[in-house]
Design a protein. Structure first.
Length: 332
């Protein structure tokens, strides 16, 4: 089904494959207040879960993912399934002629991601990763200030995203489902480095600490370098004091942003600018990054503003290189 099926300007008719926590807390509440998309159905392998989501957000409750993909009243699907399941179900959604908004990252590595993007291009379908932070004005404002020379030539980025310990049965501890800190929280600092530094990032070194009981990585870090000589230090993990912030360090100052990836839509962000001996807090207006992302996805589905998928492949390749670098370090 091409972008002409739903009619230009009409709400994109959305189905949901999987009743994940991120869908309940952030994405579906945003769908409910975004006119460019309309929830039609929610699917789960557990009928009670599907009913619970449908009761809160509307739409039909569907038992079984394949039954949702067989519906004739959808234009697109949102896929918040565990990362190891996304290759199969994003592929099946594309085969059904549906556009896809996928949780991030799209798959566990560059090979599967490239395969899906090639299939989407062949079918003239939109695929987007749910990196909502890219659609919040605070990062664009920071990038504008850097470009205008507010801190001189930027030389380094330091970014951390860590969360408290996950419960023992959490899917992020399951290697069969693509668990681990790198694919859950580590991709955020890596994607931010791409957003600020651009493509062509190299991995100078990386470390992944693995949990003894689960075998998945629970904490880690990476040192990246950009073609212009700038560096990025990324830290991430589970079992840490909650933290998601970053600092851009230039030749004449720094810009710092707290709550970088998870700001509520009511938050008035503040950029901290330090130059010389002075410090200034720059207040920004609240923004709704999930609504902005949904609007961008709808534009991609309609064909009014194509979605750039190059960051998807760049990030997948960067994740692969971080893994290789960490494996080499562990083998020494």
């Amino acid at each position: 089904m091409s972008s002409t099926r739903e009619g230009r300007g009409a709400p994109v008719r959305l189905g949901v494959l999987g009743c994940a926590d991120i869908a309940w807390r952030r994405v579906l509440p945003a769908v409910a207040t975004t006119p460019s998309v309309r929830l039609v159905a929610v699917a789960s392998r557990d009928a009670a879960k599907a009913e619970r989501f449908a009761d809160r957000f509307g739409g039909a409750a569907v038992t079984g993912y394949e039954n949702l993909l067989a519906r004739e009243d959808l234009d697109a699907v949102y896929v918040p399934l565990p990362v190891a399941l996304r290759h199969e179900w994003v592929g099946r959604a594309l085969a059904a002629g549906l556009h896809v908004l996928s949780e991030k990252p799209l798959t566990t590595g560059s090979g599967p991601s490239a395969e899906l993007l090639a299939e989407a291009e062949r079918r003239d379908l939109t695929v987007m990763e749910n990196f909502a932070f890219r659609y919040h004005r605070q990062h664009h404002e920071l990038r504008r200030l850097v470009a205008e020379g507010a801190i001189g030539h930027p030389r380094a980025l330091m970014c951390e995203f860590g969360v408290p310990r996950r419960a023992p049965g959490d899917i992020r501890h399951d290697p069969a489902l693509g668990g681990g800190a790198l694919l859950d929280v580590g991709v955020y600092p890596l994607a931010l480095a791409q957003f600020l530094w651009g493509g062509g990032l190299r991995v100078g070194g990386a470390v992944l600490e693995r949990g003894e009981e689960t075998g998945v990585d629970v904490r880690g870090g990476a040192l990246l370098s950009a073609p212009d000589g700038g560096t990025a230090q990324a830290g991430f993990g589970f079992g840490l004091h909650y933290r998601n912030e970053y600092t851009v360090w230039g030749e004449s100052g720094t810009l710092r942003l707290d709550r970088a990836f998870t700001p509520p839509e009511t938050l008035r962000p503040t950029l901290e600018l330090r130059t010389g001996s002075t410090a200034e807090d720059l207040p920004l207006e609240p923004d709704h990054q999930f609504r902005n992302l949904l609007d961008a996805f709808a534009d991609g589905v309609r064909g009014t503003a194509p979605v750039d998928t190059s960051p998807v492949l760049e990030l997948a390749g960067l994740v692969d290189r971080v893994r290789r670098s960490a494996a080499e370090a562990a083998a020494v």
